[in-house]
Write a protein that binds this ligand. Structure first.
Ligand SMILES: NC(=O)c1ccc[n+]([C@@H]2O[C@H](COP(=O)([O-])OP(=O)(O)OC[C@H]3O[C@@H](n4cnc5c(N)ncnc54)[C@H](OP(=O)(O)O)[C@@H]3O)[C@@H](O)[C@H]2O)c1
Length: 370
């Protein structure tokens, strides 16, 4: 069954902090449209759970879901899960209450709780997704370990379904020095000072190990984007591109497809201890990403940014293809149930946004709010 284009249809606040309506009118393939991006079936309620409100109990409904980190990705997962399992409880755990107003307004079926308040008597879930980023956490590995050990009911011969999905990053892969197609088992960073290593690569790798050891699943996500959020927005706003050559390739995936991949991983049996890559089929260079974004009215008036690193050609790198991370994800797609991306490239996504049109054409967003 086609999973609705939930992220497209979430309200702007739910899609990102700096959003304005864009591509809101996109409908799913069966033509149905919904209010605020979600079907509000099953008596939607929102309530805040106190840390000691609920005694620990086995989950009666295997489709109850805990989302740790209800940010842009977590909200899209919530909307998609609710659409598939409208009567199943979905609990969202955030670090602070800052997002709760928006969550109540846009995803009223969610039960909300705070990471710090939830210290004992917690419900456990058969399905958990940990999609909070490392950047906001002093001890990220401990946060992930706590979720694995205290929030999850791992699969046993008696439990019919259980999945813990951890959203890691392709930043853990070592930057290839020559044009190379990377796969799930390609070498990972061992030293944070390696070129191309994400600053949190070692932390992410440690978390991945915790998750795999417990029987969970790791999804290594490419660079995430919506129209209003992603590297294009960052670079066009700043006016400069640092960190790599203009022709260096960046692998990307829309938040929408990343959320669909999370849902697929939560549902797919046999993914215990797997490490999968979620990246669309067409990596783009830094320059191409900016050029493609500027085709949309939201960015049309932004000048091309200055690239501070030289291109391979200028440096005389001698390679036919620019460096960067390019993936063969066929194994991951197969493991996720022959997963097909709704957007095979950032270019396709922007094109769809342009075709759908929105009022951004008249009033481009100020690009200083990243
Ligand atoms: N952005 C990318 O390009 C990229 C690439 C690869 C992988 N990823 C991964 O994709 C995932 C989703 O990212 P996103 O962009 O959706 O994140 P986001 O929009 O920045 O949302 C972060 C959310 O996580 C919550 N949070 C932070 N620490 C938490 C904790 N310890 N416990 C509970 N909640 C916590 C935040 O709560 P508060 O609002 O209260 O702080 C917020 O709701 C992350 O795992 C990230 O590492 C991202």
């Amino acid at each position: 069954m086609f999973v609705a284009l939930a992220l497209w249809r979430l309200g702007p606040e739910a899609r990102g902090r700096h959003s304005r309506p864009a591509c809101e009118s996109v409908r799913n393939r069966n033509g149905s449209s919904v209010r605020n991006g979600v079907h509000l079936r099953g008596g939607a309620t929102t309530r805040m759970l106190a840390g000691n409100e609920s005694a620990s109990r086995p989950p009666a409904d295997p489709n109850e879901l805990l989302i740790v980190g209800p940010g842009v990705l977590g909200r899209a997962v919530a909307a998609m899960w609710h659409e598939k399992y409208p009567s199943s409880r979905i609990v969202a755990e955030s670090r602070t209450p800052a997002s709760h107003g928006v969550l109540r307004a846009t995803l009223p079926f969610l039960e909300l709780r705070l990471a710090d308040a939830a210290t004992y008597g917690l419900d456990r879930f058969r399905r958990v997704v940990f999609c909070a980023p490392p950047s906001q956490n002093e001890d990220y590995v401990a946060a992930v370990r706590r979720a694995v050990e205290r929030y999850w009911v791992a699969r046993t011969p008696d439990t019919e379904a259980a999945a813990f999905v951890f959203t890691s990053s392709i930043g853990v892969y070592r930057e290839p020095l020559t044009p190379t197609v990377l796969r799930e088992d390609s070498p990972v960073v061992t030293d944070p000072t390696e070129p191309g290593a994400s600053p949190s690569a070692l932390k992410l790798l440690a978390c991945e190990q915790v998750v795999r050891d417990a029987g969970g699943t790791v999804l290594r996500l490419a660079g995430l984007y919506t129209l209003e959020r992603g590297p294009h927005r960052f670079w066009l706003s700043r006016g400069t591109v640092t960190g790599g050559p203009p022709d260096g390739l960046i692998s990307l995936v829309s938040y929408h497809d990343a959320a669909r991949a999370v849902v697929a991983a939560l549902e797919q049996p046999g993914l215990e201890r797997e490490t999968l890559v979620v990246a669309d089929a067409k990596p783009l260079s830094r320059r191409e990403i900016c050029e493609v974004a500027r085709r949309h009215p939201m960015y049309a008036k932004s000048p091309m940014p200055v690239f501070t690193a030289e291109s391979e050609a200028v440096r005389g790198g001698g390679s036919a293809r620019p460096a960067g991370k390019r993936f063969d994800t066929s194994r991951s797609r197969a493991k996720l149930g022959q997963f097909r991306y709704d957007f095979e490239s950032f270019e396709e996504y922007v094109q769809r946004c342009v075709e759908e049109g929105d009022d951004a054409a008249q009033a481009p967003v100020p690009l200083d709010r990243i």
